[in-house]
Write a protein that binds this ligand. Structure first.
Ligand code: HAM
Length: 409
């Protein structure tokens, strides 16, 4: 029979990799809790127009990368390529704004983009991200960035943080006009994609990796020269707050991001250790998006991290609890063994009952394969074996055995 394989760009995550996945996610979740973010669990499928109207019609994501299909009811839907749009939709649809105050939400899960797969880039990948709704203060930008910085430090990852300001709507409009005029002068030298971008999405030309495009945009006007007074003030304040929080950053006036909804602050956490796909977390402000999607004017900001990219960088996983494998020496001791395993689990010790019957020797071999730290042979007595040292001890009651195990662990 021919075997069925997974689809290109999709992955099975198991074993050590699954542990890394959980470690990355748990580290974020713990920090989110201390910053008072609340979880939101969002749908994987949304009306396609949600992404067209938020991420942007002219972006690569909407133009080329979305998994789109018509469901049995004839609805045009998309597998979510990112989480912000859904989060904003939920904020509006669930009328969170009516509760007053402001909202800090986080989410986690699979996202889908039909990109060319390579190291650190998949068609199904996982993000963990957070969004803040209803806050215009730059304090929020600084706290959000510093929170991500904190998590990456906890994960012991080497990275640099780049920040930029895209200004408000007005600043960006006047900048875009100047940029287009500049780019038109070099139109024939730009790569084919960038030639199209001049009309469609000129800011993205700044982000192009093709050497000639890079060379041309080196001398292009910089967005920071076009910021309104208010946007300039905000950017200065952000830098001041980040310094106060001991967050190191680099200003990159070419940082524009690949989604259309950003205003003012944008940022990326980048590593040089995993090749071209080095952005491990990114985000920014999007003060117009809630209104653009039919909600009341609501300033907002957020970020998302790529879990698989962080997994490539995590080296040390936290130590696991030692494993105690309970082996009935004959099936006559099965009941005694499952009861002992349960007792151990109930006092928070990790226990495995030997589920594969066989000779003592083969069961011991299996226990070794399971990476047991201790083995208990159950008969009329309990023989405890320390797998590392080979040392053995005999106990006549479960209570004595458990006391001895507690001392060792
Ligand atoms: P993004 O930059 O498109 O932003 O994605 C955020 C992160 O997701 C990237 O920095 C990267 O680590 C990871 N990522 C993106 N595409 C892939 C892929 N194909 N394979 C593996 N990892 C990938 C957003 O999605 C925004 N929603 C972030 C945001 C939240 N802005 C404001 N709030």
């Amino acid at each position: 029979m021919s075997k069925i394989q997974k689809i290109r760009g999709f992955q099975d995550i198991y074993g050590e990799e699954a542990k890394k996945y959980r470690y990355v996610v748990d580290t974020f979740r713990k920090v989110f809790e201390f910053y008072n973010f609340k979880e939101i669990i969002l749908p994987y499928v949304e009306d396609i127009s949600l992404f067209k109207r938020s991420v942007g019609e002219a972006t690569d994501i909407v133009q080329k990368e979305m998994y789109v299909f018509t469901d049995k009811g004839g609805r045009e839907v998309a597998l979510r390529p990112e989480g912000t749009a859904s989060c904003v939709r939920a904020y509006i649809e669930e009328k969170m704004y009516a509760e007053g105050g402001y909202h800090k939400l986080f989410y986690e899960g699979a996202m889908f983009r039909y990109e060319r797969p390579q190291a650190g880039r998949y068609r199904q990948f996982h993000q963990i991200g957070a969004e803040i709704f209803g806050v215009s203060s730059v304090l929020a930008d600084a706290e959000l960035i510093s929170m991500v910085d904190n998590v990456l430090k906890k994960l012991k990852i080497n990275y640099k943080l780049e920040i930029n300001s895209l200004g408000d709507f007005q600043s960006r409009k006047s900048y875009t006009e100047h940029l287009v005029n500049y780019l038109k002068k070099y139109e024939n030298q730009l790569c084919e994609t960038c030639q199209k971008r001049i009309e469609l999405n000129p800011l993205r030309v700044l982000d192009c990796k093709v050497p000639t495009c890079k060379e041309i945009t080196k001398e292009a006007p910089k967005i920071t020269e076009f910021l309104s007074e208010e946007s300039q003030k905000r950017f200065l304040q952000l830098k001041e707050y980040l310094k106060a929080l001991n967050v190191d950053f680099i200003e990159n006036p070419r940082l524009v991001r690949g989604l259309d909804y950003y205003t003012d602050t944008v940022f990326e956490f980048i590593t040089e250790e995993i090749g071209a796909q080095g952005t491990v977390a990114a985000g920014g402000r999007y003060d117009n998006l809630v209104e653009q999607l039919g909600g009341p004017p609501t300033p907002a900001l957020g970020f998302a991290a790529g879990i698989e990219r962080l997994m490539l960088l995590v080296k040390d996983l936290p130590k696991e609890k030692p494993l105690i494998t309970v082996i009935p020496i004959t099936p006559d001791y099965n009941i005694q063994s499952i009861q002992l395993s349960n007792k151990l689990r109930n006092i928070n010790l990790k226990s495995e009952t030997m589920l594969k019957e066989g000779s003592l020797k083969s069961m011991l071999k299996t226990a070794d394969k399971l990476k047991s730290d201790f083995v208990v042979f159950v008969s009329d007595k309990y023989e405890l074996k320390d797998m590392a040292s080979g040392q053995q001890e005999i106990f006549y009651t479960q209570e004595d055995l458990i006391e001895a195990l507690k001392d060792k662990i």
